[in-house]
Ligand binder design. Sequence first.
Ligand SMILES: NC(=O)c1ccc[n+]([C@@H]2O[C@H](COP(=O)([O-])OP(=O)(O)OC[C@H]3O[C@@H](n4cnc5c(N)ncnc54)[C@H](O)[C@@H]3O)[C@@H](O)[C@H]2O)c1
Length: 421
Amino acid sequence: MRSCCSNEDGMTAEMIANLPASGAPAGPLDVVVLGGGGHVGLPLSLAFAKAGLRVGIVDIAEATMVQIGRGEMPFLEAGADQLLGELLPTGRIELSTSAEMLRRTRQVVVVVGTPIDEFLNPSMTVFERTVEQIFPHLQPGTLVVLRSTVYPGTSEYMASALEARSCNVDVAFCPERIAEGHALEELSSLPQIVGSDNSAAGDRAEKLFRSLTSDIIRVSTKEAELAKLFTNAWRYIKFAAANQFFAIAHSAGVDYDRVQHAIRTDYPRAKDLPSPGLAAGPCLLKDTMQLAAFTSDHFQLGQSAMQVNEGLPAYMVEAMERRYGSLRGRTIGLLGMAFKAESDDIRSSLSYKLRKLLMWSGARVLCTDPYVADPRLVPLDQAIAEAEILVVGVPHRVYRDAKLGDRELVDIWGALGGIRL
Ligand SMILES: NC(=O)c1ccc[n+]([C@@H]2O[C@H](COP(=O)([O-])OP(=O)(O)OC[C@H]3O[C@@H](n4cnc5c(N)ncnc54)[C@H](O)[C@@H]3O)[C@@H](O)[C@H]2O)c1
């Protein structure tokens, strides 16, 4: 049996030395979270531990695990730094890079990443590998909860693949619906969808998540899988609608701020129209493409949303060239490189696409972000001092109070009071 303090669990001596000596015996764990060092897995693990459960975190990202063991969050998440610091000394959290830790539990939650491949299709290998990784260590009668966002039918696939390897387990699908940065609050305030194809698996998964919320919605696994994908695709399409409305008005020489104000003001049915902006991040595009791969007509509405949202940086550069003339040799400051405000997550951030297109147009681009660690970035002061034109990539709050001087400010979000384009 391996624990966070054992050198049998795949961690190097230096890493083990960095882990906290919780003194916890290698006893049973209430739940083990596979992929527990990630943006979904870690807040979930902390929430379970806060609720009193003994939690094992298994993750193959060794450096991340060492960081967590030192009490440092690997990414921004409101309230998580403090909670991690409070929980580590209790011994209710244990860390391992090896799936052998699964031997110590009857409840496993799988939240590994689910990327799409170069064809914009869901990667099939993730769960094939996961099955091979976990099945030798599963105790008979274990509850396996899938929490990653998955291609419809993945839960059924997992159940039958584990059964074919003589694993007598219950499988449920319980999607994560938090917004990054707000996980700890939303894990208890949002209803939890519990998808299962037999009542035993559903009852057990419901009991596990009742440690976080009393609000449970029971459906089948495929209903839950579609519910999660539809939720993200719906959000992605709403952003695309706003971005397309903006482009229509802008191309016609109409001030979109005034149009948006007219639409939304005291009109409840249009209150949910988002502002235009760089709609990006690790989930919305990926999950819309998972849905496109699932349907026989390839989900044309979702494909169109992708073209609109992913095309916005190019639209912005073209509009800037029309407004300012050639950008060749001009210095442009790009404010905000994360995929959304108040985040340090740059996965699929459209600010990076914008940077690339601006550079292709010949501009010198000075990128800045207070949260993102990237050696190519410069301090905000330098970007403001040297740039002729400032462009808002994402509207972090800090920019609202920054003295941007008399620089031209391009703000597609309409958040900082500059021109949209
Ligand atoms: N990020 C979000 O806001 C969010 C919200 C809802 C759902 N989701 C979904 O949750 C899933 C995870 O997303 P994420 O943002 O947490 O990704 P992430 O990359 O931050 O975390 C995934 C973690 O899994 C680990 N991992 C990968 N393969 C592993 C393996 N075989 N064994 C052990 N650990 C392994 C990685 O090292 C990483 O730490 C995805 O399916 C995503 O679509 C994400």
